[in-house]
Structures are given as structure tokens and as C-alpha cells.
Design a protein around this ligand. Structure first.
Ligand SMILES: [Zn+2]
Length: 202
């Protein structure tokens, strides 16, 4: 049995997350961008807005950046990451950011005012730095050693713990892209791989 060396999720997220936006139909309420990033992601805001308000959630991957965004109570929460990072790690971090943002700000009360000054959300910059650090301790994700039955290469699958814990069936099927192929990974209730199958899209 292979023994996984523990992944430092906090460091991985700190290295790979490029931006986090909280957006309304009118404006950007909160914007965090990686300090050493030269890129201007404002052009992405329109793309995120248009797609998320239409579809409730939006996934985008152009081979450089991966975006994940969700609509909650008419507000869009969007995260952008380098595209190599696994989706469930990002989903889990986005869930955490949304939860903490909503704990920090009572948006129902704030939006009873005609004008909301985005400056009041500036404090969330320091909160976000804390969340990067906290992520490891929260143990929201788990790494599973998987061997791909298509290309025979072993890899580490990062999965949200609650997906396995809240499942009605075991093993839980999880579809991922692996190189030039897509596979279903079957994960049991003990977070062990029970094999993979090739996915063929019709
Ligand atoms: Zn493979």
C-alpha cells in the first residue's frame, strides 16, 4: 500500500488562487487578487456575471485559468485559480469563503440601505489570508491514492469529505479529466479507491 505524504493544502491554495470576487448586478463588492499577479481580471468579471446570473453556477477553463462561480441570493461569488489545481479543493475553499463572508457581513441588513460602500468589505482581505492558513486545520478535504485504469498512472485525487460522508451510495463515483481522457473514480466510505472506469461521452 502506498503511503501518501500529506499535502499542504493551505500552501497550495496560497500559491494557486489568483482572485476572489463578490459581485452584484451593479458592481464588485469585494475583490482580492494575488499580490504578485500582473494580470487584470476585470475583463473576467463580465464573463462571470453574464454566465452565473444565467446558469446559477459557472465553470470555465481556458487552459491557463480555471474559474468557479456560484449565485447565492442574487450575489455572485467567484474564484479563479491556476488550471492545474483540482476542482474539489477549489470548491471546498470557495464554500469556506462564502460561509465566512456571510458570517462576517449581514447582507440582508446591508442591502436595506440604498448605497453600500464596498469599502466596508475591505476587512475581508485579512480574513482571507487567515482562511488560507486555516484551511489545513479544518480538514474539509482528503487525498486519495488512485491508479488510473486507462493510462495506468497513479495520481492523488483530492475530494471534499462531505461528498463521501453525505453519500447515499458507496462507492461514490467521481468524474475527472486525467490527461487526454476522462475517468470515473469509485471512492468508498473509508476514502479508498475501488477502481476507475473510462468515461465515453455520447
Ligand atoms: Zn489516466
Amino acid at each position: 500500500m502506498n503511503i501518501l505524504s500529506p499535502i499542504d493544502y493551505s500552501q497550495l491554495l496560497k500559491d494557486e488562487v489568483q482572485f476572489f470576487y463578490v459581485i452584484t448586478k451593479k458592481n464588485v463588492l469585494f475583490e482580492w487578487k494575488k499580490i504578485d499577479s500582473e494580470k487584470d481580471y476585470k475583463i473576467m468579471v463580465d464573463l462571470i456575471k453574464t454566465n452565473t446570473y444565467t446558469n446559477q453556477c459557472f465553470r470555465f477553463n481556458n487552459g491557463i485559468i480555471k474559474i468557479l462561480s456560484v449565485l447565492k441570493k442574487d450575489i455572485v461569488y467567484a474564484i479563479g485559480v491556476n488550471c492545474e489545481i483540482q476542482s474539489q479543493l477549489i470548491e471546498s475553499f470557495l464554500d469556506l469563503l462564502i460561509e465566512r463572508f456571510l458570517e462576517t457581513y449581514d447582507l440582508d441588513v446591508l442591502f436595506t440601505f440604498d448605497v453600500v460602500d464596498p469599502k466596508i468589505f475591505n476587512h475581508f482581505n485579512s480574513e482571507l489570508e487567515v482562511l488560507f492558513h486555516e484551511f489545513n486545520h479544518l480538514e474539509l478535504v482528503k487525498s486519495v491514492n488512485v491508479s488510473c485504469d486507462v493510462c495506468k498512472k497513479p495520481f492523488i485525487l483530492i475530494i471534499k469529505k462531505k461528498i463521501i460522508k453525505n453519500s447515499d451510495i458507496y462507492p461514490v463515483p467521481i468524474v475527472i479529466n486525467h490527461g487526454d481522457h476522462s475517468i470515473i473514480c469509485y471512492i468508498d466510505q473509508n476514502f479508498r479507491s475501488r477502481g476507475t472506469r473510462k468515461v465515453t461521452f455520447g
